[in-house]
Design a protein. Structure first.
Length: 286
């Protein structure tokens, strides 16, 4: 067997398109003196209970209500809150020159290092089109966001946090959502979102439109998506979406409830079981 053929078989197996078994693939790899370059599939489960309009699992977005050009500076977030998320912006117009947007606050990195009065500059190059996404390092508490260079641009902004499997690449292969409801709800939904820099849409009077909704319960099940009091389920096993967690991509779940308020529990319990396969760095797929 030639090396290109070996690479193709290995890649096909990883993406679920090969006819060989894992044992046969292991034998092929051994013949080439190689090791398996991926890990077995594993499940990650998020649990939540909600009676609010929108709630997230695996991460979150907290958007400013309307757009802002950060001239003058804008304070955003809550003092002393452990949000540990990126400040994100989505540009609302073409950048006519280089624009520098400075975030000032207390930063936190993935090693647990807290830096008070830290800064991070988001640089928007001249000619950058509208609907472009940028994010800062992670901050906690309240931050100040200010345009310190160039012609100010109105932007959507907010906090962004997403599951990136500890900054590694992975493939989403399927999921199953199981829930119990205490309230009939004709306007609820569950969506699996892939966070990435490409595909955002700026909205002047509302939060931005997120890039990729990989799957939605309403999209799959409508019109039989109006759950009643009692149990429900939604499953997909045909997904093969690579997520570059090493390059600021990730996933998160968005749960929408139409039945809200005291005494209403659209999702009294919701388990989001997500099946993923980790991609080892420097693998044959790179």
């Amino acid at each position: 067997m030639t090396l290109p053929k070996f690479r193709q078989i290995a890649a096909d197996y990883f993406w679920g398109a090969a006819s060989v078994t894992s044992r046969e693939l292991a034998q092929i790899l051994k013949a080439f003196g190689a090791e398996l370059f991926f890990q077995a599939s594993h499940n990650h489960t998020w649990f939540l209970q909600t009676n609010v309009t929108t709630q997230y699992a695996g991460g979150f977005y907290i958007f400013g209500a309307t757009a802002n050009d950060f001239a003058p500076a804008l304070n955003f977030g809550t003092v002393d809150s452990p949000v540990s998320a990126h400040i994100m912006i989505v540009t609302g117009a073409l950048a006519v020159d280089k624009v520098t947007i400075r975030v000032i606050g207390t930063s936190i990195d993935d090693d647990g290092t807290r830096t008070a009065t830290d800064t991070d500059d988001i640089v928007v190059a001249a000619g950058t089109p509208a609907n472009s996404y940028f994010e800062s390092k992670k901050f906690i508490g309240q931050v100040s966001i200010e345009t310190v260079g160039g012609t100010p641009i109105a932007c959507n902004y907010g906090w962004a946090k997403y599951f990136d499997m500890n900054n590694t690449d992975f493939v989403i292969t399927g999921f199953e959502a199981l829930w119990e409801s205490d309230s009939a709800d004709a306007a609820s939904d569950i969506e699996l979102i892939v966070h990435q820099a490409v595909g955002w849409t700026y909205n002047a009077g509302a939060p931005p439109t997120v890039p990729i909704v990989l799957a939605s319960r309403s999209g799959d099940l409508a019109p039989e998506d109006k759950h009643e009091v009692g149990p429900g389920a939604w499953k997909r096993s045909n997904i093969s979406r690579r997520v570059y967690g090493s390059k600021a991509e990730g996933l998160l779940w968005r749960v929408t409830s139409g039945s809200t308020g005291v005494g209403s529990l659209s999702f009294r319990s919701l388990n989001l079981n997500t099946t993923m396969r980790k991609v080892s760095q420097g693998s044959l797929l790179e």
